[in-house]
Design a protein. Sequence first.
Lengths: 492, 196, 79
Amino acid sequence: MQNSSRLALYHFWVAFGLFLPAVVLGAWQMLMRSPLPAPLDDTNAYYASVTLHGTVMAYVVTTFFAMGFGYAVTATSLGRPVRGVVAAWIGFAICLVGAVMAAVIVLLGRATVLYTFYPPLLASPWYYFGALLLIGGSMIWVVLMIYNMSAWKRDNPGQPVPLAMFAITATAILWAWAASGVEVELLFVLIPQALGMTAQIDAALGRTLFTVTLHAIVYFWLMPAYIAFYTLVPQAAGGRLYSDAAGRLTFIMFIVFSVPVGLHHLFQDPEIGSGFKFLQSFLTFFVALPTLLTVFSLCASLEIAGRARGGRGLLGWIGALPVARADDSGSGDVAGDARSRWFRRAHQYELRHGQHGSQYGVGDSAFPSDLGRRRHDHVLRDCLRNLAAHHRQAAAVQGARALAALAVVRGHHDRHHTLAYRRGDGYAAARRRLRLQRSVHCPDGSAGHHLSHRRPDRADVCDPANCHPRTLAAWRKDAHSAASLCARGEPA
Amino acid sequence: MADNGANPLRRPLPDGIVPEDEITRTEDRWFIVVLGMLGVMMAIIVATGTTHALHPPSNVETIDPITLHLGGEFAESNLGAAAEPDGSVTVRMIVEQYSFVPDCVQVPADTPVTFRITSPDVIHGFLLPGTNVNTMVVPGYVAEVRTTFSRPGDYAMPCNEFCSYGHHGMWARVKVAPRDQFPDLSPVERTSCAKQ
Amino acid sequence: MSTDPSGQQASANGTTERHISAAATREHVAAPIDADTAAASLSHGPRGALLLAGISVGLLFIGWLLFYFVLFMPRGPVG
């Protein structure tokens, strides 16, 4: 794993390390175009800067980022190190050499053709070789993505590939197709002319080949963001992806629909007839489909998260999303920050907790200092329900419908008196009980509250709807005894 | 969340979050709405394209860029605005590094105007801001753009496609005169407002 | 109260490595919800999502119509 993360990080370092100088170039270009005075006022330098800025931003930063992202996704979503790490490093080296070659020759002013190459304008062959190495070297990454996904499928027969891996492999396949256009243009149109092997260059052919790349490449740039939308955003919001199938369908649609639509960049060109232009226009509308599907899937996934956190109303759930911080718990300020408070139920809190083995520890600092004044029986309920749900899942409880709910009822004289009861149905209910009790056994030495589970007495198993008063009373008795037992131990 | 199997990137998404048929129904509904919207857009393009003559310039015609200036349609004496027998006007131009030849043309308003443009060297652009006249001029091909100007006026015309270092200085003018002010041309006469 | 962010992962070929993912630390990821909460929250279907997505796509559509009819078509014929 260490090797995989280093692989991804090195790619990111190259991408973001080159991003900053390219931004500076762009700013200088703005100054040059404006009436304001600019340092190094030179027209040729301006166009060279446009070329370098475009090449770095469009090819180097994006390709390196996508490759690093792919390796990171492979390692995290498949849960094992990337396979073919040696090949990956070779690919990294090839791409880096190509990028440096192209950058140096542009800086020398011998490749001022902008990142779309504009044949019959001709650059030094070093520029084209650099681009070829960069784009061709990324094909190693493509092969590795496919290889890692099929190896995982072979090792895990019958299981669906994790969506993130599925999506990045689709991205890789899309990039293989997209890159083919510029690779053919470089190999058969530009480099022969740059080396003097041909006397005349077919500009229209070069342009047409390049448009194969020109549109599909934007999806190559876009897909890491979409992967984040489908896998990271629902997780960060604490919700669920609305429809996994829609996610997979979206990525397949991107491959299918972005393949044939490059020609819409040539609508004004005299080398393409109206038939193909109309066909491309028609297909271009279809490539909007996966994006529009994503809009809906993403909103629905966030709605799950927002509603589960207490958001109400047609759009009120938006405010319930954990935008400020992923988890609102902190020492004392468990009411959340002022902004999110508007939409939250006032008595709903997040808890900082940790897992030790099969137990969850809940920090003392998780309880707000003014808890003594609050009389709500269901304080902390929703969050503890989440805690317990996760615990239950970890314990491989069967029965998808079983719901573990915890209510923490404050005692009247001591805010550390806590009670918990479990309301549930089905098989799981009869077998487990989750209880929040004060304990002095914390690994880090401080006192905390532990959630433990043990077999219930038969009397405790009852219909959830009727359970509340009787079970609470029984629990209250238990808690008093438990609390007094532990009170002899360390202080809070 | 520290649990091994709980990495959401890795575990398969659980079923039954929302009932499967509910998901399908909602996705289908959204699909239909989106497809409908796209269909409306396409229908608008097709309908207005035919009724209002809005098409991407699509005349495919090749020409030899090396010899085009020596004779034939794009010889220098044939450049400029010409009157066609059917009353329309054809403007022939050569676009090269870094000038338009002729660099000023005069055309009548309310008349079908056809621009025929080619380049002997690199790719240039031909754009009349404020109108839909916009085409690429690719060496080896004759770009043909047809339009009708509804308003008289003066259009500054930049080259809008990078053609190397002098690109930003490449300008021309198109003057649209009212129809009655446009000179009556004989079939072999060519006119332009380029400074001689 | 400390959290334990690292986990042991067994890869398919049997070796174990310490894998620390940002996704495993509390500070970076919100508390997860269980399946039934998720199902309950969408018991009436994703109406809010339909509204939000519908508004944004609707704005896109209106923008397209405006560009087409107010900007593009008045600029005259081309062909």
